[in-house]
Every structure is written in C-alpha cells, then in structure tokens.
Design a protein. Structure first.
Length: 199
C-alpha cells in the first residue's frame, strides 16, 4: 500500500528550506513546477530544447537565490511563469537582433508531448488535433500566445496572467478574446475543446 503525504508543504516553506540548504526541498519544488513550466515554454516557443533550457535556467536561478520572489505579491507558480516568459522574450529579442525570423512553415513544430495513458488510436487522433493547435498557436503573435497558453492550458486567472505579462486586466481580456478569434479562424472546422473552454 502506497503511503501518501498527509499535507502538502507550501512553496514558501520549501523555499525557506531550500535557502537553508535542503536539497529535498529543491527536488520537491522542481517536481511540483517543472512540468507546467516546460509545457508553457514549449508551447510558447515551439522547441522542446529551448523549453528545457529555459526551465533549467529558472530552477538554477531559484537554487542560486538570484530570483527575487516575494510571497506577499503572489504565489510562486505565476512568478516562475513570469521568469520563464521573460527568458523567452530575451531569447526572441537576441534572435531578432542577429537574424530575421523565418516564416512559419508546415514543419514549424518540434513539440512532442505524448500522453502515455491514452489508447493508441485516441492518442493518434489527439496528437493530430494537438498538432493543429500547436501550429495555430505558433502563428499567433507572442503577446497573444502568452495569454492563451497561460489561461487555457495552465488555468491561471486573469490577475495572475496580468502579473506575469505585466499588463492590465483589460488587456488580458482583450488579448485572450483576439487570440481565441484568431485560433478559431486558423483551426477552421477542427474547433477543438481548447477554444470552447471558458466561452
């Protein structure tokens, strides 16, 4: 019989333990937040390699204590999303300075996030739909991509997204509405559940 932990240790307590040198606190924080950060970064940039680098940089900053997290301003998860987003923005800016961005083509996504729990046929159909969504997301301007990924895929609130993206609530709503409209047009007849959620 598997023993379960009766209570979940709060992120702030884990951070305190981490700062005192507790390696298990770092492992717990990593296991708790790595998956969501990776999915966000991968959907945001379209590259699993870049996403892995961003996640590593976020957690190295957490480990080194170089990230200025303030628990009085909100939860750790939205803060980490904000750090990951800023790292991605810096990478995009560096790429823009060194070379023009290529046009998105048919083969614009390296992203492969399989769901091992699904049956093979259901997984294949789901993968096809997911690939359509990934392509459509990749064609959105980055500021629209941010809000739709954070809201639709990570269930963050408007307030959390506003904080992460450093915009006001009205802008979050506006960008989310425009992003949904653009995705509906791009996806055409497919119209996956992702777009219908929250409407």
């Amino acid at each position: 019989m598997k023993m379960t932990e009766p209570t979940t240790i709060a992120d702030t307590d884990l951070l305190r333990q981490l700062r005192l040198g507790d390696a298990s606190a770092f492992r717990t924080l990593y296991q708790r937040h790595q998956g969501a950060l990776f999915r966000f970064a991968a959907m945001r940039c379209g590259s699993t390699d870049t996403a892995a680098d961003v996640v590593q940089e976020v957690f190295m900053g957490l480990l080194a204590g170089s990230l200025a997290f303030d628990a009085t301003r909100g939860a750790l998860a939205p803060f980490l999303f904000g750090v990951a987003r800023n790292l991605l923005l810096r990478q995009e800016e560096a790429r823009r300075r060194t070379a023009s961005l290529p046009e998105l083509g048919e083969d614009d996504s390296e992203l492969e996030l399989p769901d091992d729990s699904a049956e093979p046929l259901a997984r294949m159909l789901s993968d096809e739909r997911a690939e359509d969504v990934r392509r459509a997301l990749a064609q959105l301007p980055p500021h629209y991509r941010d809000v739709v990924i954070l809201y639709e895929l990570h269930d963050l609130s408007y307030v959390e997204i506003a904080s992460i993206c450093q915009i006001d609530l009205g802008t979050v709503r506006s960008r989310l509405s425009r992003a949904r409209s653009a995705l509906v047009k791009r996806l055409g007849a497919h119209r996956p559940t992702l777009i219908d959620a929250g409407e």
